[in-house]
Design a binder for this molecule. Structure first.
Ligand SMILES: C=CC1=C(C)c2cc3[nH]c(cc4nc(cc5[nH]c(cc1n2)c(C)c5CCC(=O)O)C(CCC(=O)O)=C4C)c(C)c3C=C
Ligand SMILES: [Fe+2]
Length: 489
């Protein structure tokens, strides 16, 4: 039995083609650069047996049994993404345990009840849902990031922005049939993952928890409690990590788990990002190849990755790894295509900006116009931040951007569908879940339950009143007035 209190983020790598299909190497890294990393290797035929060997070496780790070598240097808290050498494929996944103190233990198959919680954004199911959905979204401090002093403005601002934004959003949802397909599509993915796990002899309940609409994460967690799940893997359905997506959902989970005696003792493993998994990369490459072949001259098509944007301040001030991960993800997909003899030009741009602040550049709409002006005639749009169809693929890309591209001189337009329930992709997610199981750790071994902060309606109303006045003045700043004039919200 190994114990360490050092670990916060741990990453592990599966070695496909090694002959040991569930053999892996796990790295616990929460020590400063140049210090020791603990490397645990585990062997089993079903992926559930305990640790068989422990190595502690400086900034590198080798596992001779199947010729895997991992090289540092690593930073404290890093999600290790280095490549396995001497292996046909590079698979790695960042896994974060919810707890600070890590106790490695042998998982016993007896009476184990595995749960998988898929996290997603959620979307309004009807047009009446749009404004309250937007309220939930803008009330999230990871979406509208206010300085601490102005936190009390969060809800009044959310109310204001959601009311202002609702008409534009409603138009979008009306254009795709009157609501978001996200709940149905995520339920389908949940079912497909459950079956893929079953095919691997892993029986699991799969739950869906949405951040801003039904079924809310809180509801999913209530069900997990009722079902007496004994081990949980949390899989956010965003390939790349962003503070605004996975970060926000995991923060909510953390808050809920900390306050609950049962949940704080439930072993949990959170998969923070999975954009580098070979199964995901090759599934994306499959879809791109298939769509390219529909063009008359596939080799002349510009592959246009359109990622969901985030405000620049997330990356530059708050350290959001989203941009780096996005760039690496696209690099890996292009490498995979190259390995298949496809060497088209490609570019990356960011879509869906909201509000008057600077977002990651270049912007999708501007690049489309530039490409048209430069004489690009054929373009294949690839949505890359998300794995289901939703308003930003079905309306923004398929309608708005397509129209803009054709107006700008692009003659042949194509779009890669979202991965959805593509079987190679679902199988890979199931693998990621199986690989994450052994690292599940409890948030806390104690029964400590944090008390709810007292709700004081008078205080809330006073804050709401002054907040609204402040928000009103904020709205009169030239930048915001300009933003409204240009329908930025
Ligand atoms: C205002 C800030 C927003 C940030 C930051 C943001 C990041 C972000 N969002 C997604 C994925 C999705 N967002 C979706 C809808 C949506 N997002 C915002 C705002 C921000 N998103 C708004 C206002 C909306 C509502 C729709 C609209 O009015 O434009 C959805 C769609 C869900 C659906 O109903 O179909 C997805 C998916 C990512 C991946 C991301 C950061 C990386
Ligand atoms: Fe969004």
């Amino acid at each position: 039995m190994e114990t360490t209190s050092l670990c916060r983020v741990l990453s592990y790598t599966k070695l496909p083609g090694s002959g040991l299909c569930n053999s892996d190497v796990r790295f616990l890294s929460s020590v400063p650069r140049g210090r020791h990393l603990a490397c645990f290797s585990r062997h089993s035929s079903n992926g559930f047996s305990g640790l068989s060997k422990t190595l502690v070496i400086s900034n590198s780790c080798s596992k001779t049994q199947n010729h895997a070598v991992l090289k540092g240097p690593f930073l404290s808290g890093d999600i290790i993404q280095k490549r396995i050498l001497n292996s046909q494929a590079n698979w790695s996944v960042g896994v974060c345990t919810l707890g600070e103190n890590v106790e490695s233990h042998h998982a016993h198959a007896t009476e184990e009840k595995i749960g998988v919680l898929l996290l997603n954004l959620g979307g309004p199911e009807t047009l009446q849902d749009v404004q309250p959905f937007l309220y939930n979204l803008f009330a999230d401090p990871d979406i509208i990031r206010l300085p601490r002093l102005f936190k009390f403005l969060q809800r009044p601002l959310a109310k204001l922005i959601s009311v202002l934004r609702a008409p534009k959003s409603k138009e979008g949802y009306a254009a795709i049939g009157g609501g978001s397909p996200l709940r149905r599509l995520t339920d389908e993915q949940a079912n497909a993952i459950r079956m893929a796990l079953e095919a691997k002899n892993v029986k699991a309940n799969v739950y869906v928890g949405m951040r801003y609409w039904y079924p809310f994460t809180e509801e999913a967690i209530e069900q997990i409690k009722r079902d007496r799940i004994t081990k949980l893997v949390v899989l956010p359905l965003y390939p790349q990590f962003s503070i605004s997506t996975t970060g926000s959902s995991v923060r909510v989970l953390h808050d809920i788990f900390r306050e609950d005696a049962y949940l704080s003792r439930l072993p949990v493993s959170v998969i923070l990002s999975w954009y580098q998994r070979q199964g995901y990369i090759s599934s994306m490459a499959d879809l791109i190849k298939e769509e390219l072949e529909k063009f008359a001259k596939p080799e002349e098509v510009m592959i246009f990755f359109s990622a969901h944007g985030v405000p620049v301040s997330y990356v530059e001030d708050a350290g959001d790894p989203y941009k780096d991960q996005m760039e690496e993800c696209i690099y890996l997909i292009m490498q995979e295509l190259k390995a298949r003899g496809i060497a088209n030009d490609h570019t990356l741009a960011y879509q869906s900006r909201v509000g008057p602040v600077q977002w990651l550049k270049p912007y999708t709409d501007e690049v489309l116009v530039e490409l048209g002006q430069k004489g690009v005639k054929s373009l294949l749009a690839v949505p890359i931040s998300f794995v289901s169809e939703h308003i930003e693929t079905l309306e923004e890309i398929d309608m708005e951007y397509k129209h803009l591209a054709l107006e700008s001189g692009i003659e042949n337009w194509g779009r890669v569908p979202a991965l959805g329930c593509t079987s190679s992709f679902i199988t890979d997610l199931a693998d990621a879940i199986v690989e994450a199981l052994p690292s599940a750790k409890a948030l806390s071994a104690s029964r400590e339950v944090t008390e709810e902060p007292e709700y004081d309606p008078v205080r809330y109303l006073v804050k709401l009143f002054f907040g609204s006045i402040l928000a009103f003045f904020l709205l009169l700043t030239p930048r915001v007035v300009h933003a409204f004039r240009n329908h930025v919200f």
